[in-house]
Design a protein around this ligand. Structure first.
Ligand code: ADP
Ligand code: MG
Ligand code: MG
Length: 866
């Protein structure tokens, strides 16, 4: 069976009936005024798409359903005695794909029906407009005529008549237009069938085919909807909102879809058919105006809204039409909403007792919270972006364009907001990034330096904006013929990658009380802890405000950059090491003190230096160029020493070179200095009456004895200090060997933290930046990989290592604390995995903390991902 009457269909079966068909069946069962009709199932569509023809029995079933419909309505299709039955033939899949597929309205009109229709309506204008609309959509949707030609004819006629609305054309005009439309169709060798049953069959086939049109395919790709679902097709008696001023049509929501406020919200258009509302041709009225014009219908509509909201226990979106003082409901579905509205509605409905708290928690998409926490461009602006790059770090920022870190600092010191524009940034730019509102680069991916640092700092970043030509020396960038110079204001939107000329109004994130409430409910059900990755006191303070329960990763190398770079360089060059190390201790002590103060009473995990030393050195090529311009002299001794060091430290594959714990083994004085700073900071905080809980973490360990070797060094420094409290020392697990040797490591390590970025790189044997630039996208689009393993953890490979190491480690040491500090710690799907394998906490960037809290709660509530 492929055909189901609204009055008998199972309104819960969206798979079979599509969202629209299911909604119409449900509303019919609830006794709401729905024009009668029937739905052809998605199964019929799937058969049609596979076999190239409808299933054998389909037309018989359609005939039987049509006869039932004629009996119920007392009208018949193609009748020229009495009011004719006109039909809408509507598309609608399981998931709403607004406007992507086709619908034919007013089906059933022909040369014989037009007269009786005009008579029934007592309105010639209406009848010809209905015919005109039918010819236009049938021509376009079923016969694939060029819709633009129809539009042109209408536009031309409106301008000849000096009117701006079709309603102001005469019945004669509309008849002429209909005839011209028909000629366009016959000129192309096609014809609209006179027989309404033929019209119906061809319209059904066209609706099924519209599942595979380009728009629809593209929409499904973007929204990850399965291509094999197919659309249902709903055939329904037409009702008319365009019979005069006593009629009209509209769309309403049971709560405000933008803000979530309770109270209905909607648009109404008098004397119009449904499509006119969305097409935005005329300005609509709001529901208050409807109350003024049709008080009873307004009241009836409010009743319908209450019924539907109660039934679905969710905010609904409703299409309605008033036909000559009679209200009809044409569609309903659970309404789409902004992140802010989703939170507000979930919390309100739980408070109202309509849903329980678990349902409320599961209603909000965790990643959508991100958007609520960054400044964003105000809604409702209709401005074209200058160009679009990668959405590298969310949030929006306005400021004057500057082209070097130095200028960024100078300009910002005078109190102006700046946006740093670079070809690509490198560690030398860190001080510029620190003062900028945001950063824009023409090169680099989402993991480029600029992107990573900006995300860490919670600043907006657009990277890889390839259309931009950055001319740093000239202090300008160009996009085509547009040129932006230093001092010109630009706005970037790191949530979408858009770049605008000029200053756009930004709105601040407002942590609404409802969001706070929802997150408190999340805290009650989640088992995973949530910490943040933050490198300074400011970041830690933000993280704490959003509910972070400690720092899972403080990267100390960022503290080495900016104006501190010379100190680090002189340590690397082995000049004057003692003085430089002392300076380093002083500086890091301040940094650690800030962190401990912001996170007083909560754990702060400090990771000792990780990156290869050459990252702190100048570029070798520029040094060599400089050297070429200077003949040997006493002035160049220094330069030569640099060249020498850079050459010595240069590595073929730095990712696998002298970094992490290996630095601790080869250059122990660096790690010693860092531990001294950590102890010094602890003492300071204790003196100040604080409750510092610092923990030391060794990166990139692969062998047990690498860890014990460095552990000795670390412990010596701890013991040499005046610190009496216990300082846990743990290891990162980011090399597969370490995961497999977890039992051995757990004997010595107080905690584990999975660095899943490196662990993914090392497990796959690919370097992330190179892979994302060269082939990873293609891998994912061609289905070679199900998803980017740096976005969602690869559960069966990398995840398996996490699982093994967690289990083995906890066997040796049941109280071993195990967390994750890679970017996966902020990804809901990965968080669900970490919950399942028994980790203690996840750690993510500060603005991701709310997302992680909610995702951890959803994991505990058993949310599944497909
Ligand atoms: P979409 O999924 O794109 O919204 P619909 O199938 O809902 O497409 O139809 C497009 C428009 O036609 C809507 O505004 C709808 O309200 C209107 N419409 C559909 N069926 C009928 C009907 N039986 N009577 C009056 N208007 C209808
Ligand atoms: Mg619709
Ligand atoms: Mg790492």
């Amino acid at each position: 069976m492929y055909v189901f009457d609204f009055s008998t269909a199972d309104g819960t079966d969206r798979d079979l009936l599509g969202g629209k068909g299911a909604g119409l069946a449900t509303m019919t069962a609830l006794g709401l005024p729905v024009p009668p009709g029937f739905t052809l199932s998605t199964e019929a569509c799937r058969r049609y798409l596979v076999d190239g023809d409808v299933p054998a029995d389909l037309w018989n079933e359609v005939r039987a359903a049509r006869e039932r419909l004629e009996a119920v309505t007392g009208r018949s299709l193609g009748a020229n005695d009495g009011p004719p039955l006109l039909l809408s033939v509507r598309s609608g899949g399981k998931f709403s794909m607004p406007g992507m597929m086709d619908t034919v309205l007013n089906l059933g009109i022909n040369e014989k029906v037009i007269g009786p229709l005009a008579e029934w309506a007592d309105n010639e204008h209406f009848a010809w407009d209905a015919y005109r609309r039918f010819v236009q959509t049938y021509g376009k949707v079923v016969l694939r005529a060029d819709g633009g030609r129809f539009e042109n004819i209408l536009t031309e006629l409106r301008s000849t008549r000096g009117v701006d609305d079709d309603a102001a054309l005469t019945a004669d005009d509309l008849e002429q237009v209909t005839r011209r439309f028909q000629r366009i169709i016959t000129d192309s060798g096609r014809k609209i069938p006179e027989n309404p049953v033929d019209q119906l069959h061809s319209a059904i086939a066209a609706v099924f085919s519209s599942w595979t049109n380009r728009r629809a395919r593209e929409y499904r790709r973007i929204n990850q909807i399965d291509d094999n679902l197919g659309t249902a097709c709903t055939v329904q008696m037409m009702v008319f909102g365009d019979l005069g001023d006593d009629s009209g049509t509209g769309v309403c929501f049971t709560r405000d879809p933008a803000t979530g406020e309770t109270g209905s919200y909607g648009d109404y258009l008098p004397n119009a058919q449904g499509e006119d509302v969305v097409a935005g041709i005329r300005n609509t009225l709001d529901l208050e105006d409807l109350a003024g014009r049709h008080p009873e219908h307004h009241a009836q509509l409010l009743d319908v809204m209450r019924t539907l909201e109660q039934h679905y226990s969710d905010m609904c979106d409703i299409e309605f039409t008033i036909e000559r003082e009679r209200l009809w409901i044409l569609q309903t579905r659970v309404g789409k909403r902004t992140a802010q509205a989703a939170v507000q509605i979930a919390v309100d409905m739980a408070d109202e007792g309509m849903i329980d708290r678990a349902t409320a928690l599961l209603r909000v998409e965790p990643t959508s919270l991100d958007v609520m926490l960054h400044p964003r461009i105000a809604d409702g602006l209709d401005i074209e972006p200058l160009t679009v790059g990668l959405d590298a770090s969310p949030g929006a920022a306005s400021g004057v364009a500057v082209f070097s870190a130095g200028r960024a600092v100078e300009m910002s010191e005078t109190g102006v907001d700046v946006v740093l524009v670079r070809w690509e940034t490198n560690p030398d730019d860190i001080h510029g990034l620190a003062v900028a509102e945001g950063v824009l680069t023409s090169h680099g991916g989402k993991t480029s330096h600029a992107a990573v640092i900006a995300r860490g700092m919670g600043k907006a970043a657009v990277t890889g904006a390839a259309e931009i030509d950055v001319q740093e020396a000239e202090g300008r960038f160009t996009v085509g013929i547009v040129s932006i110079s230093e001092g010109d204001i630009i706005t970037i939107d790191g949530s979408t990658g858009r770049v605008f000329v000029g200053e756009l109004p930004l709105v601040d994130p407002d942590p609404s009380p409802e969001l706070e409430t929802l997150l408190e409910w999340a805290d009650e059900v989640r088992r995973l802890g949530v910490r943040a990755n933050a490198d300074d006191g400011a970041g830690a303070a933000v993280a704490r405000r959003w509910g972070a329960e400690g720092i899972g990763l403080a990267r100390t190398e960022h503290m080495f950059l900016g104006h501190r770079l010379p100190i680090v360089r002189s340590i690397i060059l082995n000049q004057d090491t003692r003085q430089a190390l002392d300076d380093l201790v002083d500086i890091q002590t301040d940094d650690f003190t800030d962190l401990l103060e912001a996170m007083d009473g909560l754990p702060v995990i400090v990771r000792l230096l990780d990156p290869p030393l050459h990252e702190f050195l100048p570029d070798r090529i520029s040094l060599l160029l400089e050297r070429r311009n200077h003949p040997a002299s006493s002035d160049t001794i220094e330069l030569d020493r640099w060249i020498d060091a850079v050459t010595r430290l240069e590595e073929t594959n730095p990712m696998m070179g002298l970094r992490g714990v290996r630095l601790g083994v080869i250059r122990p004085e660096l790690y010693r200095a860092q531990v001294r700073a950590a102890m010094e900071a602890t003492l300071r905080r204790l003196d100040a009456g604080g409750d510092p809980k610092i923990e030391i973490m060794i990166p990139l360990v692969s062998h047990e004895s690498e860890f014990t070797h460095v552990l000795d060094i670390v412990n010596q420094e701890i013991e040499a200090s005046a610190v009496e409290i216990d300082i846990p020392v743990g290891t990162m697990i980011e090399v597969p060997r370490a995961a497999l040797q977890a039992s051995a490591l757990a004997v010595h390590a107080d905690f584990f933290s999975f660095g899943t970025n490196d662990l993914t790189q090392m497990t796959y044997g690919i370097s992330r930046d190179d892979a994302e630039r060269a082939f990873l996208d293609q891998y994912v689009t061609e289905g070679v990989l199900p998803s980017n393993p740096f976005t969602h953890i690869d559960e069966v490979g990398v995840g398996r290592l996490v699982e093994i190491a967690t289990r083995d480690g906890k066997v040796v040491r049941p109280d071993l604390e195990v967390g994750v500090c890679g970017e996966h710690g902020g990804d809901p799907k990965s968080i669900a995995f970490f919950h399942r394998v028994g980790l203690n906490y996840v750690s993510c960037s500060p603005p991701r903390v709310p997302t992680a809290r909610l995702a951890a709660a959803q994991a505990a509530l058993g949310k599944t991902f497909d």
